[in-house]
Design a protein around this ligand. Structure first.
Ligand SMILES: Cc1cc2nc3c(=O)[nH]c(=O)nc-3n(C[C@H](O)[C@H](O)[C@H](O)COP(=O)(O)O)c2cc1C
Length: 158
């Protein structure tokens, strides 16, 4: 359940407490959704809604490991975040899946918004993000992705 009305669309904050009224009224499991972007949000959303679990949408775009981080925290398991090469691999794997699923043209176009999210989460310069999002050949894009992560990590370490 997304804690917003239809008319709100994505304005305002999701109302996690309102979901508690749904939870009380129905006899099926209720999953709490809307504006959950971290472990702390997930905990608070569950505390306020009494939900049986959380669902995360936008915050996982470009950061798919967030789901593992939240799942580990809610189940009292240790969690180690992905290293730069694993984050790079995640983006490359998603590019490959997108191409497989939608074909070369639509697959590449569809992937661009995800790539922008991955790179923005890495603090990559906006011009670099734009440059990568203009690459038209899937193989060139894959090669460019491989160069961005290590280079970026070296810049950070310097
Ligand atoms: C790009 C996008 C596509 C979505 N598509 C669907 C959909 O097909 N069906 C659906 O029930 N909700 C859809 N949603 C709503 C999400 O499932 C979720 O309820 C909403 O994004 C709020 O959660 P969030 O704040 O974690 O993103 C979509 C949301 C986004 C941003």
């Amino acid at each position: 359940m997304h804690g917003r009305t239809r008319n709100q669309f994505y304005t305002g904050d999701a109302d996690w407490a309102a979901i508690a009224r749904v939870k009380d009224a129905v006899g099926v499991p209720v999953f709490t959704n809307g504006d959950i972007t971290s472990v702390a949000d997930a905990r608070q959303a569950l505390a306020l809604s009494g939900g049986d679990g959380v669902l995360v949408g936008r915050a996982a775009v470009g950061r798919p490991w967030l789901l593992g981080e939240i799942a580990a925290a809610l189940n009292d398991r240790a969690w180690v975040g992905p290293e730069a090469d694993e984050r790079c691999d995640a983006a490359r794997e998603q590019l490959a899946s997108s191409l497989d699923c939608y074909g070369p043209r639509k697959g590449l176009l569809n992937f661009r918004k995800h790539l922008a999210a991955y790179l923005t989460a890495e603090d990559v310069a906006r011009e670099t993000v734009s440059a990568l999002c203009r690459i038209d050949a899937p193989a060139d894009l894959d090669a460019a992705i491989r160069t961005v992560w290590p280079r970026h990590d070296m810049e950070r370490a310097a």
